[in-house]
Design a protein around this ligand. Structure first.
Ligand code: 3SL
Length: 240
């Protein structure tokens, strides 16, 4: 490690998280399609908090106590819940002043696995620069954690990680082969990231479900200037 720079590594899948020492690191949770993009949108639109939960039963219990219940499995909204996992499910008129409980196939479980970290920050392209600015000059090690898909990897999460590694290169020293792969991927995806990402299996899955609008939206840079973090069990915008 170069003096003055902290280490940044990339965890490509929650299945690999045991290889990272979270207790002395800050972590960024990444699920570009679509969990972290949804949570950032809901909070930017005025939701009080998002409580990520693993199971449908937990989500139902929160819904019974007044939360908006958002539940997705295999890309689709689960019947009986208030919302699925589309960013368009969380407009201001629906979420302002409300708490949300959210369960998704990968992201809501992946973030729960990061709870031992010193701080968990929610990253998406929608709040990319805000997160990058927040991470400049922090002295902790950093783990960029990709949610992937069912234990595997996801290109769009890796592209985000590569973009963040490049943005933070003045402040952090990339560590490990996963960081090298993500940086190389990010470079090779230039100049047209959206077209390059069409080869992602989850992009293809969402396109088959007619969700092109969601994909386009989630690849939009810097719509929001917010940095949501995990506070206890809930994701919030601090000092709000
Ligand atoms: O797995 C997840 O957390 C979701 O983001 C998947 S989906 O985009 O809602 O299909």
């Amino acid at each position: 490690m170069i003096a003055g720079k902290s280490n940044v590594s990339v965890c490509l899948s929650p299945m690999l998280s045991e290889n990272y020492s979270l207790t002395d690191s800050k972590a960024v949770i990444i699920d570009i399609l679509r969990a972290t993009s949804c949570w950032v949108t809901a909070l930017a639109n005025g939701a009080v908090s998002v409580h990520p939960v693993s199971t449908l039963d937990e989500c139902q219990n929160f819904m019974d106590s007044g939360y908006i219940g958002a539940a997705e499995r295999q890309g689709k909204q689960v019947e009986g819940f208030d919302a699925g996992n589309s960013p368009f499910d969380f407009p201001a008129k629906k979420v302002i002043g409300k708490k949300i409980a959210a369960t998704t196939t990968n992201g809501s479980r992946a973030i729960r696995g990061l709870m031992p970290a010193k701080e968990v920050i929610v990253g998406s392209f929608l709040n990319f620069s805000a997160v990058a600015r927040y991470l400049e000059n922090i002295e902790n090690k950093l783990v960029l954690t990709c949610s992937g898909w069912e234990g595997g990897i996801s290109l769009e999460d890796m592209i985000f990680a590569g973009a963040m590694l490049e943005r933070l290169e003045r402040y952090y020293m990339p560590s490990g082969d996963a960081a090298v792969i993500c940086l190389e991927l990010w470079k090779s995806a230039q100049p047209d990231i959206r077209t390059w990402l069409r080869r992602s299996s989850h992009v293809q899955r969402l396109l088959k479900l007619g969700l092109e609008k969601d994909v386009d939206y989630c690849f939009t840079m810097d719509l929001f200037n917010i940095v949501p973090v995990l506070a206890g069990d809930e994701i919030v915008i601090p000092n709000k």
